[in-house]
Ligand binder design. Sequence first.
Ligand code: NAD
Ligand code: GLY
Length: 388
Amino acid sequence: MKRHTIKINFSREPSGYDIVIGDGLLSQCGEWARKCLGKHPGKIVIVSNPRVFGLYGKQTEKSLRSAGYHASHFLMKDGERHKTLRTAEAALKVFAEAKLSRTDAVVALGGGVVGDLAGFTSATHLRGIPYLQIPTTLLSMIDASVGGKTGVNTASGKNLIGAFHQPRGVLIDVSVLKTLPRRELTAGLCEAIKQGAVGGGKLLVRTGDLLSAWPIGEFSRNIRNPNFKFEISNLISAHVQFKARIVAGDPQESAARIDSRSRKILNFGHTFGHALEKVTNYKRFCHGEAVGYGILFAAELSKTLALCADKDVNLLYDVVHRAGTLPRMINIDASEIFQAMHADKKNLAGSLQMVLLKGIGRPVILTGHDVPQPALKKALKRFLQEMA
Ligand code: NAD
Ligand code: GLY
C-alpha cells in the first residue's frame, strides 16, 4: 500500500518534521525513530496506557530495541480524567529515574490523552526533550498528534496548563484502527468533520463520501479490506495536510490573530465541546463526541446570528449523523454550560472568543461583543432542549 509522507515546515526553530502514514508501519518504528532522532538518543521511555500498551506495546518495544534503543515504559491510567498534573508528575518521576537526558527521547503510543500528556512531560523534563508521536486513535491521527499542542486538564478546565512543543516525527499506522471501539471512531470522525467544516467543502465532502461508501456500522469488517485501508489512509492524509498547513502558518495560535486561516479556527466546536466535557466531569462524553455536539451548536448559533445558511447547517447535521450515534445530552444545565464556556482558554481580555461559520470552509472568529450574550443563552437553552 502507498505510504504518505507529509512535511510540516516552520520558518523558525524547530524547522519541521515528517508525518508518515501507512499500513503496518508500527513494526518498523525503531528504524523510523532513528531517522527522526538521529544517532544520539540511547534511551526511550514509551508513554502509553495499559489498554494500548497491551495491544501494541510489545511490538513497539521490540522494534525500538532492535534499532539499538534502551526502551522502557510509563503507563498512565486510561481516560481523559487522568490527563492531570498528578499523572504528569508520576511520568516525570519515571523520566528522572530512567535518567533521560536531553539527547534521549519519549514516544507517545496512544490516543490524544496519552499524546498530550507525553508531549507536556517531554516539554517540561529538563526544560524540553525530544518526543515522537505514534497516534492510535483516528482523532489523534488526524488532529492531536500533529502541531505540538500539549497539556493537561485542571479543576478550572480543559488543557489549561500546557506548552507548545513540536514532536520530532509522527507515525500513523492505520492497521491499529482495527481494535478501536466504535465510539472512538465516531469521536475521531467528529473531529474530522470539524476540520472539514472550517477547511472547506472538499474536505467535508470527502469525509462524508467515505462514510456513505463505507458505513460506520461495518467498520470492523471494512478495516480489514485493503481498498478501505487505502481510502481511509488517503482521508487521514488529506486531514493531516490541512492541519499541517494551518499549524505552519500560525504555530503558536497567536493571540492577536482572528483571521480565517489562524490556528484558532481549529477550535471550531470546542468552546461548547470543552464546556460539555467539563460539566459532565469528563465521564459521559468522549472528547470527539463533545466536539460533535459543539459543531452543531456553533452551526446553530451561526444561523441564529444570520451568518450561515440553512443548507450548510443541515449538511453538518447530516455528516455528523453519518459518523455514528452520539450519547444523549440529557440533564445538562444551560447556565452551567454558559459559565464553563466563559472559563475556556479561548477567552481573551475577559471576552469569549468563538469560532462560527459564514458557510462551509468560511470560519469567522467573533468576540463576546459580536455575540450578544442573551442570544447565546437563548441558543444554548434551545439546543439543549432539542438534543435531549
Ligand atoms: P483517548 O486518548 O482517550 O483514547 C480513546 C480510547 O481509545 C482510550 O480508552 C484508549 O485507551 C483507547 N485506544 C486508543 N487507541 C486504541 C486502539 N488502537 N485500539 C483500542 N483502543 C484504543 O481519546 P482521543 O480521542 O484519542 O483523544 C482525546 C484527547 O485529545 C483529549 O484530551 C483532547 O483534549 C486531546 N486533543 C488534543 C489535540 C492537540 O492538538 N494536542 C487535538 C485534539 C484533541
Ligand atoms: N486541535 C486544535 C489545534 O491543534 O490547534
